[in-house]
Design a protein around this ligand. Sequence first.
Ligand SMILES: *Cc1c(COP(=O)(O)O)cnc(C)c1O
Length: 376
Amino acid sequence: MNQKKLLFTPGPLSTSLTVKQAMLQDMGSRDHEFVNAVKQIRSELLTLAHVTKEEGYETVLIQGSGTFGVESVISSVVGKNDYLLILANGAYGERIAKMAGIHQLRHEVIRFAEDEIVTPAAAAAILAAHPDITHVACIHSETTTGLFNPIMDIGAVCKKYGKVFIVDAMSSFGGVQMDMKEMQIDFLVSSSNKCIEGVPGFAFAICKKSELEKAKGQARSLSLDLYEQWAGLEGNGQFRFTPPTLSLMAFRQAMEELGEEGGITAREKRYKTNKAVLDQGMSVLGFKQYLQPAIQGHIISSFLYPEDPAFNFERFYEKLNNRGFIIYPGKLGKANAFRIGNIGQIFPEDVKALVAAIKEVMEEEQVTNTVVATGR
Ligand SMILES: *Cc1c(COP(=O)(O)O)cnc(C)c1O
């Protein structure tokens, strides 16, 4: 087998051997075991979001990557006479804006700087000025930079003004405790290959049933029709079109392992420890982070390139890659940065090994950071 590679990315992520092994058996889409797995996954996702079917919440699984799930929600729940407000402070907010444009939804995009959070006060001011807005979409963990938008407070503002609240919690759900009711979220979207630590293959939307029902007949596409997808899953327990069978089997195993680890609370703690080890190690190496610590989440961090002209990201990336560590390029509008994720099957000792490899590569490349470590 090839050398083991550890992914310090925002997804796909490193997964456990047992999650991969759950995909070794071919599975028919009408197989009893498979249909039961789908049922179990849908129900357990509600539990992870601290809601129940009795309280009026439903899980819809959608084939494809996370974007397919977001697009399914956006293009299905915003009706012809509705008006969507998109609160954007990064590439994923912009992606929702693009969807709204393609599907010709009535919408408005309010942009914030990439290194600033969406403030509840700003959201309130916009909603007060635009009473025709019906839906609000926002990203929880903006993976572009790694910041966390204050979803709970934005949710409270949305409810005060009577708006439907759509949250892309792709890179945070499963790695951050989120109570959908308390956060007043009507649609929460995430995917199989983020903090639940499954493999790519599908997205899921946890939906307030009363809002989901309003989506009947108003989708802009067949395959991304959120209501029909739900109706299919509810009707005979099956997907309308070929399901990602093995990805679902892996996901069921991943959910079991999340439970064994101690649930979201324990996972959040491990990710935060990863983040603390990374921050400490990188700061010793003189790296500066793009975001202010107050708005930085524990999912992924953006590190500014060293000012030393000897630094070449391609070589830096390749040399880390050759040592078995995959990091992630930056995606910032204004600054040159690379990203390191703390999520997936990676543990504090892996982060230490990554930092040691970064040190080695810096020395090999003779790159110095302006803030040089002291006290050696
Ligand atoms: C990963 C991610 C997505 C989905 O990306 P895909 O490549 O479609 O899986 C959407 N939003 C955020 C915030 C993400 O981190």
